[in-house]
Design a protein around this ligand. Structure first.
Ligand code: NAP
Length: 281
């Protein structure tokens, strides 16, 4: 396993496992299988509804808690100091743990300054080892990091071969914040698993398109958390440490960048209105 050292010296596995859209009743089993494969870092969120399944799998594994790195995220309906504080307590209960390794603000909408203060308090109380954000564009990130005491350690944003986030990453690097990819396969959009450039490169090493795409992120200093509910794919996505892309491979993949989201742009006013509607629910 490769690790990234965050801005507070906490070590985070560079490859983890995501459980967005993993059905609630399948999460425990999926995480247990991922643990068998070798994953130790798990990414869940209050909004996914499956924090409890992650907690149950970690308990059932019988492995010491310190072997794991658990990330969860505060949802927009829990924004603001008091609600965020209560939601952190609820997440700790569901995850069956005394501490969260990484706690993120899920979306840059609502009273996220209030949420951040609650996260700083939990951090100082030892309930959280690192705090950060998700889906923050550079402008919102720069503003937030300027006014907080504990600087964000991670920004989890859509990052894959078609949306490489070079500009965002340059600013995250400048402020010593680790970039973390969500959607490393763009959830299969853009006919992802048939991308000719990735296939041709994979053929040279006997590796799949998925493995080349993940290896590209690994070599780009990105933390990644691919999701799968199938054990053979969990294994495939884990087997990326026994080959290396050349500079030429890296450049060929860099040229795939479309520099735009395949999902939605958080700076689009329609996206903001969509999240405001969610916040009101
Ligand atoms: P993803 O990892 O890009 O793609 C997952 C999809 O790819 C699933 O349909 C999966 O199907 C398939 N897949 C996985 N491995 C494969 C392989 N080797 N070959 C072919 N297909 C494969 O998408 P994601 O789940 O959206 O992103 C990963 C994680 O990032 C999430 O689980 C979540 O933890 C996090 N995330 C965060 C945010 C945020 O707002 N912060 C947003 C989205 C995601 P099967 O499951 O059927 O194998």
């Amino acid at each position: 396993m490769f690790y990234k050292t965050l801005n507070n010296q906490v070590k985070m596995p560079q490859l983890g496992f995501g459980v967005y859209q993993t059905p609630v009743d399948e999460t425990k089993q999926a995480v247990l299988e991922a643990i068998e494969v070798g994953y130790r870092s798990f990414d869940t969120a209050q909004a996914y509804g499956n924090e409890a399944g992650v907690g149950q799998a970690i308990q059932a594994s019988g492995l010491p808690r310190e072997e794991f790195f658990i990330t969860t995220k505060i949802w927009i309906t829990n924004a603001g100091y008091e609600k965020a504080k209560a939601s952190i307590a609820a997440s700790l209960r569901k995850l069956q743990t005394d501490y969260i390794d990484l706690l993120l603000i899920h979306q840059p909408f609502g009273d996220y300054y209030g949420s951040y203060r609650a996260m700083e308090k939990a951090y100082k109380a030892g309930k959280v080892r690192a705090i950060g954000v998700s889906n923050f564009s550079p402008d919102r990130f720069i503003d937030l990091q300027h006014f907080v005491d504990i600087k964000p350690a991670v920004n989890q944003i859509e990052t894959h071969v078609f949306q490489q986030q070079k500009l965002a990453k340059s600013y995250l690097d400048k402020y010593h914040c680790q970039i973390e990819s969500w959607g490393p396969f763009a959830e299969g959009r853009n006919d992802f698993f048939n991308t000719p450039v990735l296939k041709a490169i994979g053929d040279k090493y006997g590796k799949s398109v998925a493995q080349v795409a993940l290896r590209f992120l690994l070599q780009s200093d990105v933390v990644l958390i691919p999701k799968s509910v199938r054990k053979e794919r969990m294994q495939e996505n884990f087997d990326i440490f026994d080959f290396a892309l050349t500079e030429e491979d890296m450049q060929a993949i860099a040229a795939l960048d479309q520099e735009k989201s395949l999902f939605f742009d958080h700076q689009d006013p329609e996206t903001a209105e969509f999240f405001m509607n969610l916040a009101d629910k």
